[in-house]
Structure formats: structure tokens, C-alpha cells
Design a protein around this ligand. Structure first.
Ligand SMILES: *[C@@H]1O[C@H](CO)[C@@H](O)[C@H](O)[C@H]1NC(C)=O
Ligand SMILES: *[C@@H]1O[C@H](CO)[C@@H](O)[C@H](O)[C@H]1NC(C)=O
Ligand SMILES: *[C@@H]1O[C@H](CO)[C@@H](O)[C@H](O)[C@H]1NC(C)=O
Length: 618
């Protein structure tokens, strides 16, 4: 017994010393950057224990989405040191994975983010990452200026590189930054690469001497600037999706564009030019990159109207009827349209998915009158997005597939299909992400903006608004009305009990609810356990993951509801949609039915733990 105690004391002591030593080493490395060093000194002086813990408590986890965290000192934050450590690990992992890394190389892009207090910026992080690769003799295609995120996957495919890195935090608050990685197939990485890279990072924490030397690296013959070439090739590639070059002559429609202080402005202007469209009016206050995002509360066009206030003002002044908005790294796109009432309608991600999916199929059909070709055609969406593409596919005879949530799944699935000789024309997710052009196997707000611009112009020549076209789509393929929201919950036990209750409903083990209020449930799919009542072998087709919660109910009335936890936020999200049969156009009734369904779900599935959940803030 004494031995056991002694052993325990020893190991605890060892851990303490080890942790102390490690923290000192980290602190020492941080001193390479005087700004992060002085931030730490300041925090120590103020005895800001909580703030220090936030910076040093645990290393950022490298996942399939790469990294995303606040810029600042410590292993929990984005800074020079953690960028070097991450890139060293990524570089070693690529060396193990590709025998020809030194011939093929990588591409590195960055957005306009900067954080003066810690001296961190996307550009600086990108040059540090370049220095790491160059120190190992790996050629680096480092963009000489800011680019939209989709340019990185485009470059990976276009130049046949082993991987790509984009330094961006997309639409996150201004103090954040991120590190997104693409594999040689041009799509975001999937498991097990995340685990492999994570392990390689742990094994390469100590900075290599040359890793800091960005000056040397920027002079190296291994460094190339792909900017001009990629710029030319990208717009050439998206031009293939321009089908109505003549439209600018007959269309009088005026369009406003905002890049929300991000990178999108010049690229969307160029994309419109590539499509021979009249250039959109740019929102002056938001068109140039500004890491402070001074005119918006959150730089996220998904937040809807607040972000679009200045766009609406400009549109009203210029007599424009449509607003296009990119998020700061221009990989997503929001659209709003002025209604006859004078009010602006901001389309949901699902509604835009319906419009773009319809338009892309419409154009494809015109180019491919041969009816057999449709058998080779694919569209994809994530499983929590609207099923409208399924309805269009069913009627038109092309293929529709759903993937798990996250564009990494759609990008990789599109790659597989393309490799099998299939044509993939469109993929989307409800979070305003659209892939309208398979030259980029990720969401791309630049090509989506030009293609949407052409659609708007084409419809305008026929005196049809987007809202009217959306109604036409619903009349033809069936109304798809969705309602998504979430509850906030920080307690993992509450989340577990909520989902376990659904799996053992009414106290019966492994038994799911068969009804929810007055709504009868016709099928259940549980992607946490891998169960699907609608499959003959009861096994779900999509990959399952024990580490996250996700259950989908299909209702007899055509409703679908998914409840899932978010990997990155303390939320239980729910996605609901009522898919009506074509011909059923009693919208008022359908909306009421969906409202009732959502109420029933909240009452029956969330209510038992509702006092432990916070509703979505208004
Ligand atoms: C309109 O299209 C024509 C033909 O494609 C092109 O020559 C012209 O430059 C375009 N105008 C604008 C404003 O883009
Ligand atoms: C265009 O449509 C609107 C309403 O849909 C209608 O009021 C207007 O008269 C139409 N204009 C033309 C030129 O057809
Ligand atoms: C169950 O599967 C069949 C065929 O695989 C399909 O037609 C049907 O719509 C599915 N039902 C539900 C509720 O998902």
C-alpha cells in the first residue's frame, strides 16, 4: 500500500515539474516576439490568472478544420510560436505522406486579419509558415497579397500541389485567426489526417532555428508567387459557367456588393467582369480590407440585416434591387432583394440553395439537350440542409446525394465522383456555403457571386424577381420550408441526458419515439450510434461519430428534423424542414404546420431539460 502511495506522489511531482518546465519553455519561445512577451508580462503583473489560463491552459486542438482561436500569447492562441509548431508538424506529416513533397510543394494564402496588440496577422503567419517549409527544402507558392479562401484549394488542384494552407478566421470576431488546410485532392482534410497532423505537431514543438527566419525565406529561390497566374486561371475557369454573356445589354438590374471589410471586393469585381456583367456598386465604407471591421458588430453576413444596413442604404440611393454580400474571406455568399413593398428580404441559405441549384441545372440543361447526359450529373448538399435538390433531382432525373455537415465532406465526395468521371455541378450547405464550380472543391463566394449576378440579370430581363422565381421553383418541385435554431448548453451531462432519453424513449431501452405531439414519426436515423430505421440492415449509410450527437426524425407529414451538437460551440442545434408534395401550395397552412412541428419538438424533446438550456439570443 505504501509503495502505491509513494508511486502516486512521485508521478504527481514529476507531472508538476514537467508542466512547470514546459510552461517556461513555452514562455521562453514566446519571448521571440516582443509583443506577445509584453502581453504576458502585463498579465502577470496584473495577476490576471484567468486570462493567463485562457492563454496557456491547453494547446489548441488541430482538427479537420485546422485551427481557429484568438490571436495572443500562449499555446491556446494563434501566434508566431503556435503557427511555427503547427506548420512544423504539418510539414513532417506531409514528408511522411508524400515522397515527392520537395518536387511538388505547397501553397499558402492569407486574408487581411491583424491584431496589433499581439503583433499577429494573417500575412505574418503565412510568411512564418513559408519559412518552415522552405527550411526543409519544400517549394512554397506564397501569395504576395490577400486572396479569398477558395483561391487556395483552386491553386492546389491547378498546380498539382501536395497541400494548401489558408490563414483566415473567416467570419469570426476580429481578434480571432485560423489555419485551414487542404489536401492534394483540393478538398479540406478529413480523418485520419487531422489525428496524424496533430500527433506530428506534438512531436515537433521545438522551433527549428530557421523557422523564425522569414527574411531569408522570402528571398529563397524555393519561394514563388502564384498570384498573377492563379488570378488569370481562376477567372478563366469560372468563365466556363457563364452562359448568358449577352445578358448585360438587355438587363437593367442594378446590384450592390459588400465584402464586409474582407478580401472580396476586387475579386468579385473581376468575376463580374469575367461574366461581362455590369460591375456591382461597392459599399464604399466596407470595400477595403480592414481588420477592425469598424462598421459591423459581427463580420458575418449570416447574421442578416445588421451587416447589410449600409448595403441597403447604397442600394436605395442607387435604385439597386439586389444586394450580394460575402463574408470576410469571401468563401460564402448572402443575397437580399428589395420586395415590392419596399422591404428587403434576406434569403436564407436554404432558399439560395434552391435558387442556385435551379439556375445551374437550368443552364446545364440548355448546354446539354441530350437527355441521357443527366444520368451522369450530381448535386450534393449536407444532411442538415434543405432537401430541395433531392426534389429537383427526382423530377429531372439527375443524382442527388447528401453528406455529413461541413464542406470537407462535400468537397471530398465531389472529388470521388469527378474521379469516377461524373459531373458535379453544385453543392451547398444551409450556412450560406455554395460550390457552383468544380474547379474549387470547397465553398466559393466569388464564383457564386458572379453566377448569382448572372441569374439575377437573366431573370430581370424576363421581369422576374428572385422571390418570384423561388415561388416558381417551389410550385414545380414542392414547397420546402425550413426553420433552424439552437439552444445554448454548456453542460455535457445535460446534452447526454437529452439525447439518451430520445434513444431510450419512455424508459424503453434502444427505442426511439414514434410520435412527437400530434406528429407521427416514420423514420429515425441516429448518426451517433449508426442506427437507421429506414435501412433493411438498420445501419446508417453516412459515417457515424460517437463523439458528437446527431439524430434525424422523418415525419409522416413530410417533415424532417435533425438535432445535433456543434463541434465548436456550446450549442444544441436543430434543423427542421417541411417538404410538401408538388402542387400543394397552401403556404400559410404549411408554415403553420412547420411552426407547430417545431413547437412539438421543443415541448417533447427539449422540454424535460429546458430549464438547463438557454434560448438563442434575439
Ligand atoms: C456586355 O457584353 C458584351 C458582350 O459580351 C461586352 O463586349 C461588353 O463589354 C459587356 N459590357 C459590360 C458593361 O460588361
Ligand atoms: C414587371 O412585373 C411587375 C410585378 O411583377 C409588374 O407590376 C410590371 O408591370 C411588370 N413590368 C413589365 C414591363 O412587364
Ligand atoms: C426510406 O427509404 C426508401 C427507399 O430507400 C425511400 O423511398 C423513402 O423515402 C425512405 N423513407 C424515409 C422516411 O426516409
Amino acid at each position: 500500500k505504501r509503495k502505491k502511495w509513494l508511486g502516486l506522489i512521485h508521478s504527481t511531482l514529476f507531472q508538476c515539474v514537467n508542466a512547470f518546465f514546459k510552461m517556461n519553455v513555452d514562455l521562453c519561445w514566446i519571448c521571440f516576439n516582443p509583443k506577445t512577451a509584453s502581453m504576458v508580462q502585463e498579465l502577470v503583473k496584473e495577476k490576471a490568472v484567468e486570462a493567463l489560463k485562457k492563454c496557456f491552459a491547453s494547446r489548441m486542438e488541430f482538427g479537420t478544420a485546422g485551427l481557429r482561436a484568438a490571436m495572443g500569447p500562449g499555446i491556446s492562441c494563434m501566434n508566431d510560436l503556435t503557427i511555427i509548431q503547427t506548420t512544423q508538424g504539418f510539414c513532417c506529416y506531409l514528408e511522411q505522406s508524400f515522397g515527392n513533397l520537395k518536387e511538388r510543394g505547397v501553397v499558402i494564402g492569407y486574408d487581411a486579419r491583424a491584431h496589433p496588440p499581439s503583433g499577429g496577422s494573417s500575412k505574418r503567419f503565412a510568411s512564418l509558415a513559408a519559412a518552415v517549409f522552405i527550411s526543409r527544402g519544400v517549394p512554397v507558392h506564397l501569395f504576395s497579397d490577400i486572396t479569398p479562401t477558395p483561391f487556395v484549394p483552386f491553386t492546389v488542384s491547378h498546380l498539382g500541389l501536395c497541400a494548401g494552407i489558408m490563414v483566415t478566421a473567416s467570419h469570426n470576431p476580429k481578434q480571432d485567426n485560423g489555419y485551414k488546410v487542404y489536401w492534394e485532392n483540393g478538398a479540406q482534410i478529413v480523418s485520419p489526417h487531422d489525428k496524424g497532423i496533430s500527433k506530428a505537431i506534438e512531436e515537433n514543438l521545438e522551433p527549428w532555428p530557421e523557422s523564425w527566419n522569414t527574411e531569408e525565406a522570402l528571398k529563397s529561390p524555393l519561394l514563388k508567387d502564384p498570384y498573377q497566374d492563379v488570378h488569370t486561371q481562376y477567372f478563366k475557369a469560372i468563365q466556363k459557367h457563364c452562359h448568358h454573356r449577352e445578358i448585360n445589354k438587355s438587363s437593367q438590374v442594378k446590384i450592390v456588393h459588400t465584402s464586409v471589410h474582407g478580401v472580396g471586393h476586387t475579386f468579385v469585381q473581376s468575376a463580374f467582369k469575367a461574366f461581362d456583367l455590369h460591375p456591382p456598386y461597392a459599399v464604399e465604407e466596407q470595400k477595403d480590407p480592414d481588420p477592425e471591421f469598424p462598421t459591423v458588430k459581427y463580420p458575418n453576413p449570416e447574421e442578416g440585416e445588421g451587416v447589410l444596413t449600409l448595403s441597403f442604404a447604397l442600394a436605395d440611393k442607387e435604385g439597386a434591387s439586389v444586394v450580394l454580400a460575402n463574408d470576410p474571406d469571401a468563401d460564402r455568399l448572402a443575397i437580399a432583394e428589395k420586395q415590392e413593398s419596399g422591404q428587403w428580404r434576406v434569403f436564407s441559405g436554404n432558399e439560395l440553395g434552391a435558387l442556385l441549384g435551379w439556375w445551374i441545372f437550368h443552364c446545364w440543361r440548355q448546354q446539354n439537350p441530350d437527355t441521357a447526359a443527366v444520368k451522369n450529373l450530381y448535386m450534393l448538399s449536407s444532411t442538415v440542409s434543405s432537401k430541395i435538390l433531392r426534389a429537383i433531382a427526382l423530377k429531372e432525373g439527375f443524382h442527388f446525394e447528401e453528406t455529413l455537415t461541413g464542406f470537407k465532406w462535400m468537397g471530398n465526395r465531389a472529388r470521388d465522383l469527378l474521379d469516377q468521371g461524373k459531373t458535379v455541378v453544385f453543392a451547398f450547405e444551409e450556412a450560406i456555403g455554395y460550390m457552383c464550380c468544380s474547379a474549387v472543391l470547397d465553398k466559393d463566394g466569388v464564383s457564386a457571386a458572379a453566377i448569382a449576378g448572372e441569374m439575377v440579370s437573366y431573370l430581370a430581363t424576363k421581369n422576374i424577381s428572385l422571390s418570384q422565381q423561388l415561388t416558381t421553383i417551389y410550385e414545380e418541385y414542392g414547397y420546402h420550408i425550413s426553420k433552424n435554431s439552437y439552444f445554448i448548453c454548456h453542460d455535457q451531462d445535460v446534452i447526454r441526458s437529452l439525447f439518451d432519453r430520445l434513444r431510450n424513449y419512455g424508459g424503453q431501452k434502444d427505442s426511439y419515439p414514434t410520435e412527437c405531439g400530434r406528429f407521427s414519426i416514420s423514420a429515425v436515423r441516429d448518426l451517433t450510434t449508426g442506427y437507421d430505421s429506414n435501412q433493411t440492415d438498420k445501419k446508417a449509410v453516412l459515417p457515424t461519430s460517437r463523439s458528437s450527437q446527431m439524430i434525424t426524425f422523418t415525419f409522416s407529414n413530410g417533415g424532417v428534423a435533425t438535432m445535433r451538437t456543434s463541434g465548436t460551440e456550446p450549442k444544441i442545434k436543430y434543423y427542421t424542414e417541411l417538404c410538401a408534395a408538388p402542387g400543394n401550395s397552401d403556404v400559410t397552412h404549411l408554415k403553420k404546420e412547420l411552426d407547430d412541428l417545431v413547437d412539438a419538438i421543443v415541448e417533447n424533446f427539449f422540454e424535460p431539460v429546458k430549464n438547463k438550456l438557454q434560448p438563442k439570443p434575439e
